[in-house]
Design a protein around this ligand. Structure first.
Ligand SMILES: [Ca+2]
Length: 160
C-alpha cells in the first residue's frame, strides 16, 4: 500500500534526505548491521463501514531506500481486523503491539504479534483472547516495531 503524502514528501525532500543519509551513514559506521533510520508514520480515518469506528495505519519506511512501506500495521474498525505486513527482504521480523481500553479508559488487554519477513496477514482480533470481536467503542492502540528494537511507529489510536 502506498500513500500519496509519503511519496510527495519523499520527492520534495529527496536531496536533503540523501544528504542526511550520508551523515547518518558516517555516524553509524562500525555500528550494528541492523541499525537503520526509519521514517515513522501514523494515520487515522473514521470508518465508513462502522459508525463511530476509527481505522488506523502505522508504518515504517527506511530512509533513503525508496517509497515502499517496509513495516505496517492496519486496524479496521469494521469487524475489528488487523493487517500486519513486513516487506520481503527486510533484515528483521516485525513486532506488533495492540493495547485495548474499554469505554471508561480501563486497560483491558495487551497483545503482541510477531510478523515474519515477507508476511502479509489478516488477524481477527478478539479481546479477551478467543472471545470474538472487541466490543464496539473500545479504544485500540496499535504500533509496529523492527524486531525487538526500540525502532517503532508511534501508537495509532483507533476505535473498535
Ligand atoms: Ca467495530
Amino acid at each position: 500500500m502506498r500513500f500519496s503524502t509519503g511519496r510527495g514528501i519523499r520527492k520534495r525532500f529527496l536531496v536533503p534526505i540523501t544528504a542526511l543519509c550520508a551523515v547518518v551513514g558516517l555516524l553509524l559506521a562500525g555500528g550494528p548491521a541492523q541499525a537503520a533510520t526509519y521514517n515513522k508514520y501514523t494515520r487515522t480515518q473514521a470508518s465508513n463501514q462502522d459508525a463511530g469506528g476509527i481505522d488506523t495505519w502505522a508504518w515504517l519506511n527506511k530512509v533513503g531506500a525508496g517509497s515502499e512501506i517496509d513495516y505496517q500495521v492496519h486496524f479496521q474498525a469494521y469487524g475489528e481486523k488487523l493487517w500486519v505486513y513486513v516487506r520481503v527482504g527486510m533484515a528483521s521480523k516485525g513486532k506488533v503491539t495492540v493495547v485495548v481500553y474499554d469505554t471508561t479508559g480501563k486497560h483491558v488487554d495487551t497483545d503482541t504479534f510477531t510478523v515474519d519477513i515477507g508476511e502479509n496477514r489478516e488477524l481477527n482480533l478478539g479481546t479477551p483472547d478467543g472471545s470474538g470481536n472487541i466490543a464496539e467503542g473500545y479504544t485500540v492502540y496499535s504500533r509496529i516495531c523492527v524486531g525487538n528494537s526500540t525502532t517503532c511507529t508511534p501508537y495509532a489510536k483507533g476505535r473498535a
